[in-house]
Structures are given as structure tokens and as C-alpha cells.
Design a protein around this ligand. Structure first.
Ligand code: NDP
Length: 411
């Protein structure tokens, strides 16, 4: 039942696209066809809305998921990493046991599915419900964060309230840098939940495609690339502790929504799309797709790794040579000497590689790379502003040495 709603929701998107096409080529389509299309659209929307109401099962799924992550994050062994030094000299500690927690969760779910205790389709069949339940959770949790942030009298960098006085602004961008709940760092927790959620949605989509006999080369490629990316994220989870989100962004609706809803539900659009669309890929297209993935991965991981190692031990050689350092603080060799945000370039290539298995017939499956392009250009601008303010003349020197932002000779 729910699946048919999912299919219909996809049809809604396709029909909006169709209607636009119809309107722009009157010679081919009559106004009657437009009328039929719009009436169907209306009917589909009427069917779509009830599927957005969360059932008790979708709430149980979410509760189980969050409880599991909270418990696993606390008790499973993992490397404990010190975060960056905050302005008051304090440092957070992060237990990087995400890979263990994820593997155990997938094993538990796999065994439960084998024993018939749980359907592997539970997520694929309840996608929209889970999405709306997650949205409601994001709103509720950020209202609580807003209230606790506003009433906090803590003076530490992590919990000091940053209040602009504009309710919407403060709720959206957050008030505190690192709020906690029963000792759990919420920012680290939510990003972990989002990344794992993405893999779980994909696995459920994969199970669905097995079940309905629609498993294709495209689906396998998409699943392999995303699974490698997500597993790699957890192998290198400690690198997350020095990213912009963790060190600079406060925890408000923007970040909570981005982590819990945006990452898992929109990054998996290609998977949902492939459930309902068949794509024939040629061998050269598959090989090219692998190259985009591999080069993207090399640049993305290489750049992030170089910066991370540089921050920990600034004298470590880069590509076999002593690093070029500006003002003792900024790395200007390796990937960081090619462009000031080569890591974004790698990420964009990876995003593209997740969509290429869908072919080029629909813009829907390119949602993720297009969104990421916009996000990373915006983020890069904000990051540069922050760095210019923080590093002053050192930053100006770095700009002179490395003139390109993301793509050498282009941007
Ligand atoms: P970065 O990891 O690039 O971190 C930026 C920070 O690094 C700067 O604020 C500065 O911090 C430091 N820095 C910048 N240049 C240099 C340099 N030359 N030498 C030394 N330090 C430098 O950015 P993000 O945290 O935004 O991104 C991390 C990864 O996450 C990226 O690969 C990105 O693609 C990915 N990402 C993915 C998203 C997605 O939706 N898929 C969304 C956002 C990010 P400091 O003050 O500490 O020096």
C-alpha cells in the first residue's frame, strides 16, 4: 500500500515535469491532455498526503534506531579522539566506534530478517512515513534545543548561548555549539545517525529490488558506490571531528534537519528512482562511472587526510616532500596547493558517480550532485570569510599562492 504511494509520489514529480513539457509544446499536446494530466496530479496528491502521516510502527523504528545508536555509541569500544581546541581551551572527546556500531546493527537487522522477525522492506515500504516522523522529530528536538540554549547560563565555548534575539534565526542556526543529552554529544550523534540511515535506506531499497525482480546493473553500481562511501566515512570517522560542522556550526534546525532527514532521504533518491526505472548501461559507461568514482574518492579522501594529518603533525611530508606551509598554519602543498577546497571537488565527483548509474534521462536522479554543488559553493564562500577573519594576512598570502577555490583553472 505504502509502496504504491511512493510510486505515486514519484509520478507526481514526473507529471509536474511532463505538464511543463506539455505546456511548452502546444503543437504536440492538446489542452485536453493537459487537463487529464493535472486531474491525475490532483488525485495523486490526495493519495500522497495520507502516506505522510506517521504510523506507530514508523515511530517505533525511529525510537529503536536512536536508542540503539545511543547505547552502541556509549558501550562499544572505539578510538577516543580529542576534538579541536575550542576558544576557551577546552577539547571534546569523541568515541569513534561508528564502524563497529554500523556493522553490528546491519548484522542484527540481517539476522532478524533471516529469522522472519523483521522485514528487510520495513524502510522501503514506509519511506514517506519515516520521512515525516523524522521531520516532526527534528522540529521537536530543535525547539527543545532552542529553549535549553536560551536558558543556559553556561560560559564555556561549547554551551555558551549565542542569541541574536530573532527567534527564527536562533532556532534555524542554533544557539549552542556542542549541546549534549545524557552525556552524548548531539552533533556527532546526529551526523552519525544520518550517514547510517542513508545506508539502511539503501539496503532496504536493494532488498525491495530483489523482491520485485527489478535488480539491475545500475542499482548494483549505485549501491556499491554509496556503500563504499559510507563505510569509508566510518573508517575515517575521526576526520569528522575537525570539519566545519563540528568546529564552527551551532546545533539548530539547519544542522539537525540536514543530518537526520536530508542526508538519508535525499541522498537515496537515485535508489528510489532505480526501483521504478530501468536503465541500460554500456560497458564503456560502467568503466567511465568507476573512474569518476575512483578519482573522486582519491581526491576527496586524499585532501581531507592531508589536512587532518597536517593539523596533528605539521611536519609530515606531503607526497614525499616537506609540506609548504603559510605562516606556520596553512598547508599550501599537496591537494591544498592545487585548489583551496580540493576536498569539495572530490566530493562532487563522488556525488556525480552516484547518479551516473541512472543514465541521463531524468534530472530527478541528479538531485544530489546539483544540491551538493550549490551547497559546497555556498559553504566554501562562508568558510573563506571565516578563514580570512581568523588568519588575516596569512590567508591573503595563501590566496596568492593558491588562486583557485575548487576546480583549478575554472573556479
Ligand atoms: P573542510 O574540511 O575543508 O574544513 C575547512 C576548514 O579547514 C577551515 O575552516 C580551516 O579551519 C581549515 N583549513 C582551510 N584551508 C586550510 C589549509 N590550507 N590548511 C590548513 N587548514 C585549512 O570543510 P568542511 O568541513 O566543509 O568539509 C569536510 C568534508 O565534508 C569535505 O570533503 C566536504 O566535501 C564534505 N561535506 C560533505 C557534505 C555532503 O552533504 N555530502 C556537506 C558538507 C561537507 P581551521 O580554522 O581549523 O584552520
Amino acid at each position: 500500500m505504502i509502496v504504491s504511494y511512493e510510486i505515486k509520489s514519484l509520478r507526481v514529480v514526473l507529471k509536474i515535469y511532463l505538464i511543463k513539457q506539455v505546456n511548452s509544446s502546444e503543437s504536440v499536446h492538446s489542452s485536453f491532455e493537459c487537463f487529464v494530466e493535472s486531474t491525475m496530479l490532483e488525485m495523486d496528491l490526495r493519495l500522497l498526503l495520507p502516506s505522510l502521516v506517521p504510523s506507530s510502527q514508523s515511530v517505533y523504528v525511529l525510537v529503536f534506531y536512536f536508542v540503539y545508536l545511543a547505547v552502541a555509541g556509549e558501550i562499544l569500544p572505539g578510538k577516543v579522539i580529542r576534538g579541536v581546541v575550542l576558544s576557551d581551551g577546552s577539547q571534546h572527546r569523541y568515541r569513534c566506534n561508528g564502524l563497529f556500531a554500523l556493522s553490528l546493527l546491519v548484522a542484527i537487522l540481517g539476522i532478524s530478517a533471516k529469522l522472519g522477525v523483521l522485514s528487510p522492506l520495513v524502510v522501503a515500504d514506509r519511506g514517506l512515513e519515516l520521512l515525516s516522523a523524522t521531520f516532526i522529530f527534528c522540529v521537536l528536538v530543535t525547539l527543545v534545543l532552542y529553549i535549553t540554549g536560551r536558558t543556559s547560563s553556561d560560559k564555556s565555548s561549547s554551551l555558551k548561548p549565542h542569541v541574536s534575539g530573532n527567534l527564527l534565526h536562533d532556532w534555524w542556526f542554533g544557539i549552542q555549539l556542542n549541546p549534549q543529552f545524557i552525556g552524548i554529544d548531539l552533533k556527532f550523534f546526529f551526523v552519525r545517525a544520518g550517514m547510517m540511515g542513508w545506508l539502511l535506506i539503501n539496503l532496504s531499497i536493494l532488498a525491495k529490488s530483489f523482491q520485485d525482480g527489478s535488480l539491475s546493473q545500475s542499482m548494483i553500481l549505485y549501491q556499491i558506490f554509496c556503500a563504499l562511501y559510507i563505510l569509508d566515512y566510518f573508517v575515517h570517522e575521526e576526520y569528522m571531528t575537525s570539519t566545519w560542522d563540528i568546529i564552527a556550526e551551532r546545533l539548530g534546525f539547519m544542522l539537525v534537519f540536514g543530518d537526520l532527514l536530508w542526508i538519508p532521504f535525499t541522498f537515496s533518491i537515485q535508489g528510489w528512482w532505480l526501483l521504478h526505472n530501468k536503465v541500460e548501461l554500456t560497458v564503456p559507461a560502467i568503466v567511465a562511472n568507476f573512474f569518476v568514482f575512483l578519482i573522486g574518492y582519491m581526491v576527496f579522501r586524499g585532501a581531507n587526510k592531508q589536512k587532518h594529518i597536517f593539523k596533528k603533525s605539521p611536519k609530515t611530508p606531503i607526497w614525499g616532500k616537506p609540506p609548504v606551509v603559510v605562516g606556520g598554519k596553512l598547508l599550501a602543498s599537496g591537494y591544498w596547493g592545487i585548489a583551496r577546497h580540493c576536498n569539495y571537488l572530490g566530493d562532487l565527483m563522488l556525488a556525480l558517480s552516484f547518479s551516473l548509474p541512472c543514465g541521463i534521462s531524468s534530472p530527478v536522479s541528479y538531485f544530489y550532485p546539483i544540491y551538493l554543488l550549490i551547497l559546497l559553493i555556498w559553504r566554501e564562500r562562508r568558510d573563506e570569510e571565516r578563514c580570512a577573519e581568523k588568519y588575516k594576512e596569512i590567508w591573503a598570502e595563501y590566496l596568492r599562492l593558491v588562486p583557485y577555490r575548487i576546480l583549478p583553472y575554472v573556479y
